[in-house]
Design a binder for this molecule. Structure first.
Ligand SMILES: [Fe+2]
Length: 193
């Protein structure tokens, strides 16, 4: 089957076809923004690809939570997505729902920041402003240490990702916050600011 490079619009349409939950759509937009931000600061030439992969990484989650990462391959293949994109989507669930290890820098950033966005969003919601716009690194670090807070966020995965990237955890958290700030309104984290 012929493979074509998906556009952002095609990626969004696919996401919307398989996901009706607004919180899942917002999560997808969050990860898209973070991927775009990292592509920018790392000087990656194909930013659009990074964004698109962020956008669709959980495409199968709402309909097939038990076959997460497995169904994604089928869905993307059915839509003739390139293998590179499919591999990247699968690898975000390495050790959780797939055995595809993140290989490229793009894949490692996705693997590392996906969980982290959950911790940042939960921390932002606790602020008086309910906003990510005035959220500081130290607040997230404080909540990082409180394992009972946002307990579903697997800190080990994030640490493992930082190690794979050979990047400081603080840098990754700070830049993930910045990426989320760029789309604060769209992801419901503008709060009162
Ligand atoms: Fe995700």
């Amino acid at each position: 089957m012929e493979q074509n490079i998906p556009s952002r619009e095609q990626a969004y349409d696919l996401l919307a076809k398989y996901n009706k939950s607004s919180s899942l759509i917002m999560h997808a937009l969050t990860v898209e923004a973070v991927m775009l931000h990292f592509a920018e600061i790392l000087g990656e030439p194909d930013k659009e690809k990074w964004g698109i992969i962020g956008l669709v990484h959980d495409v199968d989650y709402e309909m097939y939570p038990e076959q997460h990462c497995i169904k994604a391959r089928e869905i993307l293949k059915d839509h003739s997505w390139p293998e590179e994109y499919i591999h990247a989507v699968e690898s975000h669930g390495w050790g959780m729902c797939s055995n595809v290890e993140p290989d490229s820098r793009m894949e490692k950033i996705l693997f590392t920041t996906d969980e982290l966005t959950g911790l940042i969003a939960a921390t932002a919601m606790l602020r008086p402003s309910k906003s990510v716009l005035d959220l500081e690194l130290k607040s997230v670090k404080k909540k990082w240490k409180q394992k009972s807070f946002a307990a579903g966020v697997n800190r080990d995965v994030i640490e493992q990702g930082a190690k794979m990237l050979d990047m400081e955890l603080d840098f990754i958290i700070q830049e993930t916050i910045k990426g989320m700030q760029k789309v604060a309104e769209r992801i419901g984290l503008k709060g009162d600011l």
